[in-house]
Design a protein around this ligand. Structure first.
Ligand code: FE
Length: 331
């Protein structure tokens, strides 16, 4: 009997694991997973893919899904998981206490684990003359032929426009989108880094990109990258208005999680100072927990005001944002 009990115990030990379905592919995440396993003895198995693919997979697996935790970037993507009914509410006073209410779903379906700011980058040499301070400026006729932005199908742009719809209505959002289209230096192409390089190379004077692409460029070992970053002036938009647009990396418990206790332990670990520090250090994302100290690279960007919009609105108006972009001719 003792032997049977010992075997059962060791068996249950071996099954202490969490299966994470993640659309992220950053070194920071592996460091976080390794630290979690070191602290708890709980093994982590990862499955990576595009957010849509992972959601479809979990839905196809249904109750048989091994997925415990879903992680993705952008409130627009986690909102899709919520809509697909793939997540279960997690009751965690700890997460509620550490994550501001506008960065999580109120019943606990998901929460932000890190923050990303959609910033404006201006050619340093022209910054004083152009005087760009707001998202509205990107649509101002004075910037005609100077703006680099990526395609409208990109979720970062969709979430930004969705936030404008929520804040100022669809008509104002469409006027803005049309204004930006008529200011474009070139048809939208490439990712956020390509927009930064567009400014550095002189193809455009102003770009829209998430803050960490700039920090990544500045930290890159290649001298060309550093030189490119040095030509850019980062601008936190709307500092005299509602503040810079913030988005999140988000996580939630999968509805059919076979290891809900371990998954909860992992999700709570993500908001600890230790894990928050990893996000800040390794992917240059801002901690979602405001008391966590910023590493030097983030501090260097300076203090700024964040728009405290409820990020759920980014999901709600995502489809309408795409329609507006299409009407505005934003490719
Ligand atoms: Fe990104």
């Amino acid at each position: 009997l003792a032997l049977a009990a010992a075997l059962a115990a060791s068996g249950s030990c071996l099954s202490r694991e969490v299966n994470i379905y993640s659309s992220r592919h950053y070194a920071s995440d592996q460091a976080i997973y390794a630290e979690f396993t070191r602290q708890t003895g709980i093994a982590i198995n990862r499955k990576e893919g595009k957010p849509e693919e992972l959601l479809q997979l979990i839905l196809a697996q249904g109750q048989a899904s091994p997925a415990d935790v879903f992680i993705t970037v952008d409130a627009g993507n986690i909102w899709k998981a919520e809509q697909a009914n793939v997540l279960a509410p997690l009751d965690s006073p700890e997460i509620r206490a550490r994550v501001p209410a506008n960065f999580r779903e109120e019943s606990g379906l998901w929460f932000g684990v890190a923050k990303r700011i959609r910033m404006i980058f201006v050619a340093d040499a022209q910054a004083a003359a152009l005087n760009v301070n707001s998202y509205a400026d990107l649509a101002d006729p004075r910037l005609k032929g100077t703006v680099c932005v990526r395609q409208s199908s990109n979720v970062y742009n969709l979430s930004l426009l969705a936030s404008f719809i929520a804040e100022n209505g669809a008509t104002a959002a469409e006027t803005w989108a049309k204004g930006v289209v008529s200011n474009m230096a070139r048809p939208p192409e490439g990712g956020d880094t390509d927009q930064l390089l567009g400014v550095a190379s002189g193809q455009c004077s102003v770009a829209l990109a998430n803050h960490y692409y700039f920090l990544r460029l500045a930290r890159d070992a290649a001298p060309d990258s550093k030189a490119a970053a040095a030509k850019l002036k980062p601008v936190f938009p709307d500092q005299s208005g509602k503040g810079a647009h913030a988005n999140i990396t988000a996580a939630g418990l999968v509805r059919w999680s076979p290891h809900p206790a371990e998954a909860k332990q992992f999700l709570e670990f993500l908001v600890t100072d230790k894990a928050q520090g990893y996000f800040a250090d390794l992917t240059n994302e801002f901690p979602i927990v405001s008391s966590v100290p910023l590493p030097a690279a983030l501090q260097k960007l300076g203090a700024f005001k964040v728009n405290d919009a409820d990020v759920r609105s980014y999901g709600k108006f995502q489809a309408e944002a795409q329609q507006i972009f299409d009407r505005a001719g934003w490719k």
